[in-house]
Design a binder for this molecule. Structure first.
Ligand code: IPM
Ligand code: MG
Length: 354
């Protein structure tokens, strides 16, 4: 199995180094892994003048799975838009057809106090957000900034979903719900936007193929509210690219820290790009204080979804639970009575627990 590692920018290299330690342990224990590395985002721009250069693209196309740290940093914010790190991430998602983004929000019992919500609101929380990742207003054409007929500058984007795009993410979401609590909530803004009115119509039609799954619909503004009011009502949530971007950040905070949340972005054959749900956190980069657990848990998702190795996935997840039970915490999840550790010490603790 070829795994391509893309450390990226900011805290990316630090957190990925910890996940790499985990992969090395699994390799030593007999998992057939070939690890390679390439730059993406700002790091790739620095080295190759492009956020998704051919060097990286070739290795990414060949790989069975990809592990990404994070991309972006303030030093790149003034570059032309096509050269910015975020474009590298969007380009690799589109290039590899990674349309299905799975973002679980699980509350570990040890971290119940790390959430800003009352423990009784979030304890036992286990939500899966299925976000469509290669369509919507993120990619719709036309887009740009132009001067209109009145001579005023204006910015514009196009929100667009083809039926096939909705159906393919719908299947992923319905099937995920079948394996979990059999509840699927489709989030839209059908009262205003035709694109998502259409989305709702297709999801409703698809529900006939999945009689064992209970489908509900919710407007995105209400979903944002319900997520903080009564988040445990959700099992699987399916939504488009832009709503999923926003709601997944919100859902991550229910669990106390975005530093705990892994994600998987899959193509039709379960080839995947695995990355923490958080960003590159330039403000804490290089300080060895970032939380590597989301990246390590992304390795677990890789083992589960691309390598179909549930036992190895659980081994990694159990190692993470064990270090939490031991009271080890990075700064983002620290509370009185626990032991604060840095990024690499946390990685070492997970390796020891493995
Ligand atoms: C995410 C990020 C990206 C997105 C950015 C970095 C382009 O916020 O993965 O959620 O908007 O998809
Ligand atoms: Mg986001």
């Amino acid at each position: 199995m070829k795994v391509l590692i893309l450390p990226g920018d900011g805290i990316g290299p630090e957190i990925v180094a910890q996940a790499r330690k985990v992969l090395e342990v699994l390799k030593n224990d007999g998992l057939d892994l070939e690890l390679q590395e390439a730059p993406l985002g700002g790091a790739a721009y620095d080295q190759y003048g492009s956020p998704y250069p051919e060097f990286t693209q070739n290795l990414a196309r060949e790989a069975d799975a990809i592990l990404l740290g994070a991309v972006g940093g303030p030093q790149y914010d003034t570059l032309d838009r096509p050269l910015r790190p975020e474009r590298g991430l969007l380009a690799i998602r589109k290039d590899l057809g990674l349309f299905a983004n799975l973002r679980p929000a699980i509350l570990y019992p040890e971290l119940a106090n790390a959430s800003t919500l009352k423990p009784e609101v979030v304890s036992g929380l286990d939500i899966l957000i299925v976000r469509e990742l290669t369509g919507d207003i993120y990619f719709g054409q036309p887009r740009g900034i132009r001067v209109n007929e009145a001579g005023e500058r204006e910015g514009f984007n196009t929100m667009l979903y083809a039926e096939s795009e909705i159906r393919r993410i719908g299947h992923v979401a319905f099937q995920a719900a079948q394996k979990r609590g059999k509840k699927l909530c489709s989030v839209d803004k059908a009262n205003v936007l035709e694109t998502t009115e259409f989305w709702k119509e297709i999801m409703t039609d698809m529900a006939k193929e999945y009689p064992d799954v209970e489908l509900s619909h919710m407007l995105v503004d209400n979903a944002a509210m319900q997520l903080v009011k009564a988040p445990k009502q959700f099992d699987v949530v399916v939504t488009g690219n832009i709503f999923g971007d926003i709601l997944s950040d919100e859902a991550s905070m229910l669990t106390g820290s975005i530093g705990m949340l892994p994600s998987a972005s899959l193509d039709v054959n379960n080839k995947g790009l695995y990355e923490p749900s958080h960003g590159s956190a330039p403000d804490i980069a290089g300080k060895d204080i970032a939380n590597p657990l989301a990246t390590i848990l992304s390795v677990a998702m890789m083992l589960r979804y691309t390598f179909n190795n549930e036992a190895a996935a659980q081994r990694v997840e159990n190692a993470v639970k064990k270090v939490l039970a031991q009271g080890l915490r990075t700064a983002d999840i620290f509370e009185a009575g626990t032991t604060k550790v840095g990024c690499s010490a946390m990685g070492d603790a997970v390796v020891a627990a493995l």
